[in-house]
Ligand binder design. Structure first.
Ligand code: SF4
Length: 804
């Protein structure tokens, strides 16, 4: 008899119907065998309490409810009254429960006991950890080297650590993004044109969505559910331009497998058609943009549908037809995301998207693309507040700057970021972090071991979402909201909130409490949150309301059909639209600046499109590589959540069927993916669902220093003290394929205008694997990474493009 596992049990049950007929008892017995304590089991008549919290697994920060039985969290789900989610969580949010009780979690401060990266750790006390960290920071401060104290951080939940850097006076803060919901190129384009760094789509009321390069249904969940409702109810037409048949493209009315990096020229051609056909919203253009309509029409004439067809592969007739349909079907949304932004011409393409929205008057109208609505939550006051982070703070540059000596390091603090695995040129990061001369002291704040944590000197156990006390606002709805997490559980082990850790560090550095410690004088996280709320003007007298309901405002209740939030009269709560009409857009002209005066910024005067020279004339076997995410994973934080990795744990490279036949590549066969800096060996996924010039591979897998689930290796228990166990991992982790990390072979290449990494521009060769190649091989040349970094800096030039 085969070994009883959840997988073969479910297969057997599905085949025989036993799941219905008495199967539940067997399933329960099996779960007891495999799950041991079975903490997720629902017990009849067992008292169950609910708590409000915020999911922090991704930047959307959706409001949720945690169900607690017998002191343990047994279930997480969305809060049905939350205006943004209406109770719908994505798979990551639901599986987030596993993070709390992860048996591979770091529960105590750890100090490196062997060489860097050797994996040997010893448990130390918090006092020992704080003394050592403070000593290193103080010695850098005392020797006038405060700029050598560096913070590398993930792009959200990091306001307290950034505030710490402001406290000590170091500007050396680096991130992988500058704001949470947009990437740097989109940031730059939106700030320069509309004056805000993100826009919110009103899918619930839209009739036509032009989606350029966004996998909305999988990766933009608070928006996705409204889009999905509208698709199911046939309320809108969805047209997707994407190199890959993503789950969003597959659910669209029409999908165009556009050539990589050419979305911008398609948008400009559409704007041209709309102007020529006299379908533009001339009133909006006249009143709310900063360029004369006749001059705009004349400028756009150079971007013909025929030229766009030549570059993008989308037929000119389709471009004309879709443009006319879109202009005729109001309201509509031009939605963009990483697919168009993560290119060297990303900023310009994002400007073209704003232009297309403006030409059709679809900005901040019901059913259009709306100005963001959120509360600007303040940090407790600090004497010297820092300014907005700039493109120079992008962390892609950091390892190269450390390597060439232009950024010296005394202490590296790493918070919520895993660059040794998830950055482009991740192997260069590892090279630098291993070198104790370049980076003498590394502190990692994290609830889990990671590829970056593995190279740290001290690891401090951070808390997870439901152990925090936090207040957050995110522009995911058409009305502003704020949500709160109150600590539901005492943190596992000795995990500690980063604000309390920082307070201990500053007290150690400033024992009299008259210097920097005076700026961290609060009793606990609750007092910090109270101050945050009191110091946010629109919320200052709402503390009790927020704590009572877990969110504010509560605009209404979810209606019985589960589609809308309705007020006490049963009326659907509407969004706030047209807010710009009161005082204009937040730009210098108070209008949308589709025209930039020359010399004012590195942007072209009007949105333009420029071809990436490396994408011209690709030879047989050459492709432009795109990476992508599934709904089940974030970049780096979900790999050990078994519910998710059980579904997605490997990443074959997508290749077009006709191209695969020419190259002798079979579906499932081993291939080399060769970039200018090295190669990986993975399997091929041969499909018609990708543009012939593109290849695609998902990220988020291929881990080597995380939990056992992420590494698909139940035998490799952590080499540090944990205290938790889970038989479901010991006995029931059935897969051994952990995927291949593609980030080592992605060279750093940055859009010179917006500063964002051109993640989707790398030209690779794909060929059948060579004798001796093994699945999972990664070979990379870090010196080549360095020389490419130097070569590509500014490759597209600044300010060239269309003729204004
Ligand atoms: S989209 Fe998913 S992971 Fe992100 S906040 Fe919402 S539930 Fe959490």
């Amino acid at each position: 008899m085969p070994k009883l596992t959840r997988r073969n049990f479910l297969k057997f049950g599905a085949a025989t119907g036993t799941l219905l007929a008495g199967g539940s008892k067997t399933l329960q017995a099996m779960e007891l065998k495999f799950g041991g304590e079975d903490r997720h089991q629902i017990r009849p008549f067992h008292p169950r309490a609910t708590y409000n919290y915020i999911c922090s697994l991704c930047p959307y920060h959706d409001c949720g409810i945690a169900f607690v039985e017998g002191g343990k969290v047994v279930k997480l789900e969305g809060n049905p009254d939350h205006i943004a989610t209406r109770g719908k969580f994505c798979p990551k949010g639901i599986a987030g429960l596993l993070a709390v009780y992860d048996p591979d979690r770091v529960l105590y401060p750890l100090k490196r006991a062997g060489k860097r990266g050797e994996g040997k750790w010893k448990r130390i006390t918090w006092d020992e950890a704080i003394k050592e960290i403070s000593g290193n920071i103080k010695s850098a401060m005392d020797s006038n080297a405060v700029k050598e104290i560096i913070l590398n951080t993930g792009e959200y939940r990091d306001s307290a650590v950034i505030r710490f850097m402001q406290t000590i006076g170091s500007e050396s803060v680096f991130r992988s993004r500058l704001t949470s919901l947009s990437n740097p190129n989109k940031n730059k384009a939106l700030l320069d044109t509309v004056g805000v760094d993100t826009l919110t789509p009103d899918f619930a009321n839209s009739r036509y969505v032009l989606n350029f390069g966004a996998n909305i249904i999988e990766t933009a969940f608070p928006f996705a559910q409204r889009l999905t409702d509208a698709i199911v109810e046939k309320r809108l037409k969805l047209v997707t331009f994407d190199v890959r048949l993503s789950n969003t493209a597959g659910r669209s009315d029409e999908w165009f497998p556009v050539s990589p990096g050419t979305d911008g020229i398609v948008m400009l051609a559409m704007a041209n058609v709309i102007m020529q056909e006299r379908l533009a919203d001339t009133e909006f253009l006249k009143n709310w943009t900063n360029y004369p309509i006749d001059k705009l029409a004349s400028y756009l004439k150079q971007w013909t549908p025929e030229l766009a067809e030549e570059k993008s592969g989308v037929k000119a007739d389709d471009i004309k037809r879709i443009a006319i349909e879109f202009a005729d079907t109001k309201p509509g949304i031009v939605f963009t995301n990483n697919g168009i932004s993560y290119h060297l011409n990303g900023t310009e393409s994002e400007r073209a998207a704003v232009l297309l929205s403006a030409v059709t008057g679809n900005i901040d109208v019901k059913g259009g693309l709306c100005l963001p609505k959120k509360f600007e939550i303040q940090n407790p006051r600090l004497k010297a507040e820092g300014g907005r982070l700039k493109a120079k703070n992008m962390n892609y540059h950091l390892p190269f700057k450390i390597k060439d000596g232009s950024q010296k390091v005394a202490v590296l603090l790493n918070y919520m970021s895993n660059p040794a695995y998830s950055s482009p040129a991740a192997s260069v990061w590892r090279d630098v972090l291993k070198d104790e001369k370049l980076v003498p002291f590394i502190v990692e704040f994290s609830p889990f071991m990671s590829e970056t944590g593995e190279l740290a000197d001290i690891i401090l156990p951070d808390v997870v979402s439901i152990e925090r006390h936090d207040v957050v606002s995110s522009p995911t709805a058409l009305k502003p909201w704020v949500g709160v997490t109150t600590p539901i559980l005492k943190p596992q082990g000795e995990a500690m909130d980063v604000r309390m850790v920082i307070q201990k560090i500053v007290k150690e550095i400033d024992p009299d409490g008259k210097g920097i410690a005076s700026q961290w004088a609060f009793n606990d996280e609750a007092e910090w949150v109270k101050k945050q709320i009191k110091e946010t003007p629109e919320l200052k007298d709402k503390y009790e309301d927020i704590m009572d309901k877990g969110m504010y405002p509560v605009y209404g209740k979810l209606d019985s059909k589960g589609r809308k939030i309705v007020d006490e009269n049963g009326k659907a709560v509407d969004g706030d639209y047209g807010v710009y009409k009161k005082s204009g857009f937040p730009t210098s002209s108070k209008k949308i600046q589709i025209h930039e005066k020359k010399g004012q910024s590195p942007l072209t005067a009007l949105p333009a499109w420029q071809e990436n020279p490396k994408h011209k004339g690709l030879k047989e076997g050459e492709f432009v590589l795109t990476t992508f995410k599934w709904a089940y994973h974030t970049n780096s934080r979900t790999g050990n959540l078994k519910y998710l990795s059980e579904i997605i744990h490997s990443n074959p490279v997508w290749i077009n069927k006709k191209e695969a036949v020419k190259l002798g590549i079979k579906d499932g066969g081993l291939v080399r993916v060769i970039s200018p800096v090295g190669h990986i060996v993975t399997k091929a996924f041969v499909t018609n669902g990708i543009n012939p010039k593109s290849a695609a591979i998902s990220a988020s897998v291929g881990r080597w220093a995380y939990g056992r689930v992420a590494m698909a290796n139940p035998a490799r228990k952590p080499e540090f003290e944990t205290g938790l166990h889970d038989l479901d991992i010991d006995d029931n982790l059935w897969w051994r394929d952990k995927g291949v990390n593609p980030n080592d072979i992605m060279p750093v290449s940055v859009d010179p205008v917006g500063g964002g990494q051109a993640w989707f521009d790398t030209v690779v060769k794909i060929e059948p694997a060579k004798p001796g190649d093994k699945y999972g091989d990664v070979k990379v040349d870090n010196e080549r990474h360095v020389s490419i970094y130097k070569e590509t800096d500014g490759v597209m030039g600044q300010g060239s493009g269309g003729k204004a």
